[in-house]
Design a protein around this ligand. Structure first.
Ligand SMILES: Nc1ncnc2c1ncn2[C@@H]1O[C@H](COP(=O)(O)OP(=O)(O)OP(=O)(O)O)[C@@H](O)[C@H]1O
Length: 269
């Protein structure tokens, strides 16, 4: 039994346009990137996983049980989702009350919620801003507040919608640390990304959405090696793979380290 199982999923916002056109996927713990051009249906898909939208056809099973048989409160304990735009998520007037809202909402005591929230705010380097209004901070800091809020709920599944958008190098390094830590804790991480370099470097599995369907699904190394198929979804290979291609190297290169190792070996030979 898969942790999350998606069968024959169809979804439309309006009767004229079908946004998801039959998705079948299983999630069994591997860190997973979802990529695809704008409008491919990625955000819609994760909103369905989180139970914010409901399928028109097909089903989503969490631990073998249809998500429509869970209440939103039950699902909230297990599936956390960081929205693409933190302004859609943040509504409290201090950082600490914003982060505590989720844990309190799923039944943590005031003390537990505060303790978990401070721990997560430390993780994103915002523990110095507990009483600050989130809207007095930058957008990238608000993104980190939104991330801390979801992490503080300690859900087994964590979904990120575009977490790298607007983050500088340090922010991306922080995200990388967080994703690795969640993976090491045995949590299911699913992450929508436009940054192919980040997807290729960090995620074990990559799913490519194209026009409401799954175009590719597999180990990131295999998916990102397929330049032509990525092109069909208007996606580019990660930069490292492009450089390796231009150098005429065979094989799949996803990280600087992999490419540097091979180049050193060649120079030394
Ligand atoms: N609330 C809505 N009502 C009607 N149509 C919507 C709504 N939200 C999204 N859509 C449409 O559904 C399609 C898929 O949108 P979705 O946001 O899921 O794509 P996406 O792959 O996440 O794109 P992006 O990378 O730009 O976030 C798009 O054509 C979009 O315009």
């Amino acid at each position: 039994m898969s942790l999350l199982e998606v069968n024959h999923l169809h979804f439309s916002y309006t009767p004229e346009v079908e946004v998801l056109k039959g998705i079948d996927l299983r999630f069994n713990g591997e860190t997973t990137a979802i990529v695809g051009q704008n409008g491919a249906g990625k955000s819609t898909f994760v909103k369905l996983l989180k139970g914010l939208l409901h399928p028109n056809e097909g089903e989503i099973l969490f631990n073998g049980k249809n998500t429509k048989d869970y209440t939103p409160a039950q699902l909230a304990k297990d599936i956390g989702m960081v929205f693409q735009n933190p302004n859609d998520q943040i509504f409290k007037n201090t950082v600490i009350s914003e982060v505590m809202f989720g844990p309190l909402n799923i039944g943590n005591s005031e003390d537990e919620a505060r303790e978990k929230s401070i721990k997560m705010l430390k993780k994103v380097n915002l523990e110095g801003y507990l009483e600050t209004n989130p809207y007095d901070l930058s957008l990238s800091e608000r993104k980190m507040i939104a991330i801390a809020s979801i992490l503080a709920m300690e859900t087994g599944i964590v979904i990120f919608d575009e977490p790298t958008m607007g983050q500088d190098f340090a922010g991306k390094q922080k995200l990388k640390e967080i994703i690795y830590e969640l993976r090491d804790q045995g949590k299911q991480v699913i992450c929508i990304l436009h940054d192919m370099d980040f997807a290729a470097e960090i995620f074990e599995r990559t799913i490519v959405f194209n026009q409401g369907k799954v175009l590719m699904d597999g180990p990131s190394r295999e998916v990102f090696a397929q330049k032509e198929t990525l092109g069909q979804a208007y996606l580019e290979q990660p930069h490292i793979a492009q450089i390796a291609d231009q150098l005429g190297l065979e094989g799949s290169y996803l990280t600087d380290e992999q490419l540097i190792k091979v180049l050193k070996e060649r120079l030394e030979a």
